[in-house]
Ligand binder design. Structure first.
Ligand code: NAP
Length: 299
């Protein structure tokens, strides 16, 4: 099987993906800023600021999957934070490329996480595909730079970019954040509640990474389930699933803007993202309906 080096393998997606790839018989190793010696995978150090990667990390590697990046919703978007969000994604790729070239590593593929933020924070109800134009807000510009950086690997190997949607997992991310106020009887849809959330069950997302790797697909692929839902529909479904009432009015958009500043775009905007391209390649989603996905994760 293959030897796969994952950056950001310690994160929400990386943990799930590593397990899936290992269970399929692959050898999985991680690159981390702070390796945990008791972790489940051999983990090597990298340091973007010092432009350092432990060269051992590249020994025998077939594929690199780049997931590392500072959390976009972790802190308010100050000027400094925006720089960290961008550079934690792009500088890592540049550094990996430099080492791969210098060490003469023959990669079968370089796969980078990307995000549906590419299309802009709010594209309304119109269905967007991989061929749709990019947006023009902060995250859209970050994603464009991130994907362009990944393409530097095209001179030596197959490159694919997986435009990740709103990942549903019981271990973290959007679903856990929506559930927090619901559990304290404070849940409510955000803003109009009509913004579209192009979600994906974490298992399907990791299966897409595996699929793209095994088929050595190149180019960009949206990773979102075929049937997106509104923020209100998801909030109501989650409340019902955990048997909590939802009686408060929607949280006004202006309040979200005051609380989160520019970052409020993440929760107030939405996009209806097509899954057709990856399906045309033969990928079959296990979870196409939100109630099925939520039931699987929470029950
Ligand atoms: N989760 C989602 O809903 C979602 C949606 C769209 C796109 N994505 C993208 O998919 C990728 C994986 O997402 P995730 O949810 O697994 O993210 P995550 O849980 O936040 O993990 C990302 C990993 O990146 C590394 N990292 C964090 N800050 C960093 C920094 N400043 N510089 C370098 N590395 C840093 C960390 O690994 P170490 O601490 O071990 O270095 C961390 O475990 C990310 O690029 C994310 O933007 C996720």
């Amino acid at each position: 099987m293959a030897k796969i080096l994952i950056t950001g393998g310690s994160g929400l997606v990386g943990t799930h993906l590593s397990k899936m790839l290992k269970n399929a018989g692959n050898e999985v190793t991680h690159l981390s800023r702070s390796p945990d010696p008791s972790g489940d995978y051999p983990t090597f150090t990298w340091n973007l600021r010092a432009r350092f990667i432990d060269e051992e990390a590249f020994s025998g590697v077939d594929h690199i999957i780049h997931l590392a990046g500072a959390g976009v919703a972790d802190k308010r978007w100050t000027k400094d934070r925006k720089k960290v969000i961008l550079e934690s994604r792009t500088a890592g790729i540049r550094l990996l490329h430099e080492y791969v070239i210098r060490l003469g590593i023959r990669l079968k593929s370089f796969i980078s996480a990307s995000a549906i933020g590419y299309y802009g924070s709010d594209t309304g109800t119109e269905v967007v595909t991989e061929a749709s134009p990019p947006g023009d807000d902060f995250l859209a510009r970050v994603v464009q730079a991130w994907e362009a950086e990944a393409d530097i690997f095209r001179e030596i190997t197959t490159v694919s970019k997986v435009r990740v949607g709103v990942v549903l997992s019981e271990k973290g991310g959007a679903m856990v954040e929506i559930l927090k106020p619901i559990k304290y009887f404070l849940g409510a849809p955000l803003g109009s509640g009509q913004q579209i959330m192009s979600w994906i069950h974490i298992d399907d997302l990791c299966r897409i990474f595996q699929f793209v790797m095994e088929k050595e697909l190149s180019g960009t692929y949206n990773a979102t389930a075929p049937n997106a839902v509104t923020n209100e529909a998801l909030t109501r479904l989650l409340a019902k699933t955990v048997n909590k009432p939802l009686f408060l009015p929607n949280v006004p958009a202006v309040m979200m803007k005051l609380l989160l500043g520019e970052m409020s775009q993440i929760v107030l905007g939405g996009s209806n993202v097509s899954a057709a391209k990856i399906q045309k390649q033969g990928f079959k989603f296990s979870f196409t309906q939100i109630d099925h996905a939520v039931k699987d994760l929470l029950e």
